[in-house]
Design a protein around this ligand. Structure first.
Ligand SMILES: CC(C)(COP(=O)(O)OP(=O)(O)OC[C@H]1O[C@@H](n2cnc3c(N)ncnc32)[C@H](O)[C@@H]1OP(=O)(O)O)[C@@H](O)C(=O)NCCC(=O)NCCS
Length: 175
């Protein structure tokens, strides 16, 4: 794997985040889709398929095209062996708000802190993009308490999305 992120494609946010070393030799990465090596893109799509389609039986298609938008950033964690083990994405909405989604950690790497680490990295990115922007998530309902502990607030009742219970939540960066 490269030891630094490649240059940003024209028109996208500058990729000013070097690879971040985590404990145990894992690394945190951030890039626009077009700057990610093809094999990594494939493995991240497979990770999402394994988690959302095969494990959680989501009834909506996972690949919705939003990674192709210039305002979308993908973050991922690779193990010391260079295998993608965690994924999350940050979207820019037309109304100026930001949206975090598709949080997934490979089954064999769960409860090891990757989920929390990558969510914090995504929130840090939203602060860099616009500290005043609201950050929205459609949280899977079983994780509502965890998100509340991070500072998210629930904004509405439970609803079904992709056949899974979700709750709408928002994070506002402290001023
Ligand atoms: C949810 C998920 C991303 C957590 O990843 P992880 O690497 O295990 O997360 P962490 O080790 O950082 O754990 C963070 C916290 O998440 C919460 N959590 C994780 N799994 C949980 C579960 N099955 N039930 C309830 N809370 C859970 C806990 O509060 C946990 O803290 P704790 O370990 O101190 O109890 C992972 O289980 C996953 O990919 N699940 C399937 C996909 C999914 O549900 N995505 C979330 C969409 S909103």
């Amino acid at each position: 794997m490269p030891d630094a992120l490649p240059d940003a494609p024209a028109g996208s946010e500058p990729l000013d985040l070097p690879v971040v070393d985590l404990s145990g030799g894992a690394t945190l990465h951030r890039a626009h889709l077009t700057a990610i090596p093809a094999a990594t893109v494939y493995l991240l799509a497979k990770l999402r398929q394994d988690v959302f389609t095969l494990e959680q039986h989501a009834t909506d298609a996972d690949l919705d095209g939003r990674e192709l938008e210039p305002g979308t950033t993908i973050l991922w964690i690779e193990t010391a062996r260079g295998e993608p083990a965690a994924h999350i994405r940050v979207l820019t909405e037309d109304d100026g708000t930001l949206r975090i989604g598709r949080l997934a950690v490979r089954k064999q790497n769960r409860r090891d802190g990757f989920g929390g680490r990558i969510m914090r990295a995504a929130l840090d990115l939203t602060h860099q993009i616009d500290p005043a922007a609201e950050v929205h998530i459609d949280a899977q309902a079983y994780l509502e308490k965890w998100y509340l502990s991070m500072g998210y607030e629930t904004t509405g009742p439970v609803f079904m999305e992709a056949g899974i219970e979700h709750v709408p939540m928002v994070y506002r960066h402290p001023r």
